[in-house]
Structures are given as C-alpha cells and as structure tokens.
Design a protein around this ligand. Structure first.
Ligand code: 4UV
Length: 541
C-alpha cells in the first residue's frame, strides 16, 4: 500500500485502485442516466410537496441556463446562489452550470454584511435567492453590486419579492422558447466556487472544475464495492437537510445521488418536527448527517425505530464523532448494524469533497482513502513522511478531485497546494494496522460549529473593530451538542472596561447565529504570539 515517490515521499495508495470517470460537464453527468427513469420523481420539497420528475428537472435545468444567457450573462460569469434547500435550489445550481457559468454558493443564514463580502470577492454578476431571505440578500446586493445585477427569486411562500426581482419560475417558462446554449466549456473550466477559510485567514473562493466534481463522484462510486458500502441506486429516497451551499450537501449528497437516480427530498432548515414529518411520510433509505444530527436522532423522543425501517446507510462527516455516540444510537433502537449501516465520510471543500469513507469496521475511524486519492502523512516537526501505523502527522491528499486553487489568492494557494499537487489538509491523523485512518486534531485554525466553518480570523477582525478592544484571539472549545464553539480572548485598551455582554452585543448582528461567541470571552493582559505576530493558538487552548 505504501509506495516511495521520486522525492522519497511515502505515498499511501488507495486499496480501491484508480477510478475512471468521463470527461463530462457536471450537469451532463448528473442527467446522464435519467433517460432510464424519466418519470421517477427526482426532487420533492419536504415542506410544500412541489415535485419534479427526472425529465422535468433535466429540461428545467437547460431552460434556466438559456434564460440566464438571455439576460446578457457571459460564459464564466459568477452567479451567486443564496437559498435554503428547495428543489429550485438544485435546479438553479445545475442551470448555472448548463448556461456555462460558475456558481458561488452563499450560506442563506448569513447576515447582509457576510453576504456582501462573498458577493464582492466572487465578483458575482447575478443572484438567485428565495423569498424568505430576499430582503437580506437584496440589502447586500444594493450595498455592493450595480442596480442592473439580475436578482432572481424562488418563491418559497414566505416573504415577498423586492421590486425589480425576476421570478425564478419565469426562467423556466421563458427558457423553453430560447435556443439551446452553445456551450464552449471543458472539464478544466471552473464551475463551482464555494468558500472556505482553508488552513488560515478569511474565507476564500475554492475554484472547483467540472472534472473535480465528476471525478470525485466516480472516486466514491468506484470505492463502494471494495468497502461494501451500502450503495445508492435509483430506488434511494434521501432527505436533504445538509445545506446545498456547503460542499458536503452539494457534491456528496445532491449531485452524486441525483446522478444515480435517487429521489431527493429537500428540507430548507433543520426543524425537528419537519425532519420527523419527512421520515414519517417517506420510505427513507439513506441519511446524510453531521454529528449533531446523530445526537438528535439518539436523543429525540420524536424519533422512532420505524423511521429506520428502510434506511441502509447513515453517513456522518464534517466534524469528529465519538464511537460511543454511534453505540448509543444502535443501543437505543436495537437496530441491526449490518442492515442499517453507519459510516463516516471525511473530506474538505478543497477536495470536492470526499477523500475517505468508512469501511464499516470501526465507527471512530474516517476509513480509508477512496479510489484515486493518494495520501501522505507528514510529521509536523520534522516534515518527514510517516509510514508506520500509530504515528500522527498532517494529512496530505492528491488526486483529480483537488481544487485548482483559491480565487485571486496566490499566497494562500501556494501555502496549501504544493507544486506537485499535494493538498495540505491541516488535519492531524494516524492510521492503524488495517490502514484505517483516524483524525486526532486540527492543525489549522478553523473552528467547526455543527459542521459549519467558523474562521477565527473573521471574528478577530470584527472584535478589533470594537472601540475598546486592543487585541483579540478566537479559538474553538469543545461543546456537547455543537462539537465546538468559538471563545474569544481580548486585551482591552487602556482605561476601558467593556463587559462580556458589550462585546457579544457588538458581534450579534454582524455575523450569523452559529458564529456567535457561545464559548464566552476572557479578558487577558496579552495574547501569546510568535515573533512574526502569529497568534499561538495551541498555547491559548
Ligand atoms: O471544508 P469543510 O467545511 O468540508 C467538510 C466536508 C465534509 C464531508 C465531506 C465528504 C463526506 O463524505 C462527508 O461525510 C463529509 O466539512 O471542512 C473540512 C474540515 O472538516 C473536518 C476536517 O477538519 C476538515 O479539514 N472534517 C471533515 N470531515 C471530518 C472532519 C470527519 N469525518 N471527522 C473529523 N473532521
């Protein structure tokens, strides 16, 4: 399994060999098999029941692409998609691809200020959103983009459309009478631009090509036989509560599952009653989760054994999960773990996202590297490769799924991607005698709250804007339900005495709910830094 590279690096190869994948654009790939089941339901809204068959969804995608073209948008323009999970959110995403554009997905829970930053960094030329959040998105648009920027709104039956909005449904009806788009795109072109803070600093646009997304889907598909992964087929019914704006929701759930013919039931927001209602009304076959959802499934009195009657896979990723949490789940429901299997997945926005999937043997393990994903473990101190089980090092990965780089950020790209294509994950890991891997720590500064990224640099920059704050540092501390929460250390200016509440109030409206300083604030005399001014986070922890 371990081969020595030309620079003496020790490369841990995948036991699944290499994946083959077609040189196809992602929207073509997703609909490739759909002619085998054109009248099956592809998309259904878990709230209002709105449905699309595979044939309808495929056609709608193409019409949306044509309509966007017809608005004067050009090949390679970036379109911001800021919407909760709806069938129309999926159609928008694929429609953007079929028009030859790039989609930057923005968290719909963001404040207008947070949205503005991404709209500007991504250089968005149009926005697709939905009525329930349209006023916030419109405020962000008005503050930073030109008046003419197309503002397209999905009617989610809550809220209204700001003046001058284009109803999303018009895109489909108008597109029918427009000529097909003459696409001049290759698999090397960028199609998605999700944002991630990577190993350090502020969120950056992660440039993902068509090939990155398609290859990663096939890398997983090639591996599932070897790992005896409960497969996904056109008979699958999958609730989509993981947000599509995040790469896990986008290219582990939405795009791959649709491409294999699953029915996706969209859930715009995790509300326990809504989630249970979807489980009650549908024969759900697979659950895509983050650790807090596993805890919910175990703890909630609303969840019953019968909800898992047809479930063959529970996938969990995006943040660490303890083995005991999985044991507790099985103990509570007395379910056969051979029939309703639990697996972890591990990945990053920068790797489209999947690198590892569980082999089903050990719940606390992220499993093994999937087909075509090469791995190195690099000792943090000596920078030498590790080739022995049990020793920890930084996890590096390489393969056709690795991003092109960060948009307009050469320094960050160089610090993350080596010249020969290795991506430094910023995670610390080891492998055991079976080559099953375990994540033990995070070298990077990123905080994960309920699986969502919280970049400390963003909160630190905000805190420094408070008139009484001299210096600030933010770290993640463990939290029972959320995994981690941000905690701030603050040095105040001379003669200033702000309270913890003063500072929390200052942050409140500026960043989303999940980024709030739930870990509290400690006032200190100084912040430990290295000679070049970098905060020594490990020391602070
Ligand atoms: O960039 P990102 O926000 O990306 C993700 C991706 C999650 C995925 C991907 C593929 C799957 O099959 C799946 O189940 C989940 O979250 O954050 C990347 C960082 O999240 C942490 C780790 O620090 C990454 O660098 N992370 C992701 N998965 C795990 C994890 C995991 N299973 N265990 C521990 N940490």
């Amino acid at each position: 399994r371990i081969v020595t590279g030309s620079n003496n690096e020790k490369i841990i190869m995948s036991s699944c060999g290499d994946a083959s994948y077609p040189e196809t654009l992602i929207h073509e790939f997703v609909w490739n098999n759909s002619e085998n089941y054109p009248n099956h339901i592809a998309l259904e809204c878990g709230i209002n029941g709105k449905k699309y068959t595979f044939a309808q969804a495929k056609d709608a995608t193409s019409y949306i692409g044509r309509s966007l073209r017809n608005m004067g948008l050009k090949t390679g323009d970036v379109i911001a998609l800021v919407a909760p999970n709806f069938p129309d959110t999926i159609l928008s995403c694929l429609g953007i691809s079929s028009g030859g554009f790039i989609v930057t997905t923005i968290n719909p829970m963001y404040t207008a200020e947070e949205m503005m930053i991404q709209l500007l960094r991504a250089n968005a030329k149009a926005i697709i959103t939905s009525t329930s959040i349209a006023s916030t998105v419109f405020a962000a648009k008005r503050a930073c983009l030109s008046h003419e920027t197309p503002f397209i709104v999905i009617d989610d039956k809550i809220g209204s459309m700001p003046d001058g909005s284009i109803p999303f449904s018009d895109l489909i009806t108008r597109g029918k009478s427009l000529p097909p788009v003459n696409l001049n795109r290759t698999c090397d072109d960028i199609v998605a631009l999700p944002f991630s803070s990577g190993t350090t600093g502020l969120p950056k646009g992660v440039m993902l090509r068509h090939r990155n997304l398609v290859s990663n889907i096939m890398m997983v598909q090639t591996s599932i036989d070897v790992f005896q992964f409960p497969t996904s087929t056109f008979q699958d019914v999958i609730p989509a509560v993981l947000p599509f704006f995040h790469i896990y929701g986008m290219n582990a759930l939405m795009l791959p599952r649709l491409s294999f013919g699953a029915k996706i039931i969209t859930i715009p927001k995790f509300v326990p009653e809504t989630f249970i209602d979807v489980l009650d009304k549908n024969k759900v076959t697979a659950l895509f989760c983050v650790p807090p959802i596993i805890l919910f499934l175990t703890a909630s009195p609303l969840v019953k054994k019968q909800h898992f009657h047809h479930v063959h896979l529970i996938l969990c990723g995006a943040a660490p999960l303890a083995e005991t949490d999985v044991d507790r789940f099985y103990e509570k429901y007395n379910i056969d773990s051979q029939i309703c299997e639990f697996r972890q997945g591990y990945g990053l926005t920068e790797t489209s996202p999947v690198d590892f999937i569980g082999t089903g043997r050990k719940y606390s393990s992220i499993g093994q590297n999937i087909a075509s994903c090469q791995v190195r473990l690099v000792d943090v101190m000596t920078k030498k490769d590790i080739s022995t089980s049990g020793q920890t090092g930084e996890l590096w990965v390489k393969g056709p799924h690795v991003m092109k780089g960060y948009l307009n950020d050469e320094d960050a790209t160089k610090n993350t991607l080596t010249q020969d294509g290795w991506l430094k994950t910023g995670d610390i890991a080891y492998f055991d005698e079976d080559f099953d891997f375990y994540i033990t720590d995070r070298l990077k500064e990123l905080i994960k709250v309920k699986g969502f990224q919280v970049p400390p640099a963003e909160l630190e920059a905000l805190l420094r804007m408070h008139p009484d704050v001299e210096e600030a540092a933010v770290i993640g501390i463990p939290h029972e339900r959320y995994g981690e929460v941000p905690k701030a250390f603050i040095v105040v200016k001379e003669n200033k005495k702000p309270t913890e509440d003063d500072i929390k109030d200052f942050i409140k409206g500026k960043v989303s709910e999940y980024k709030q300083l739930r870990g509290g604030i400690t006032f200190v005399d100084n912040i430990p830094k290295n000679p070049s001014g970098k905060i020594l986070r490990a020391k602070m922890k």
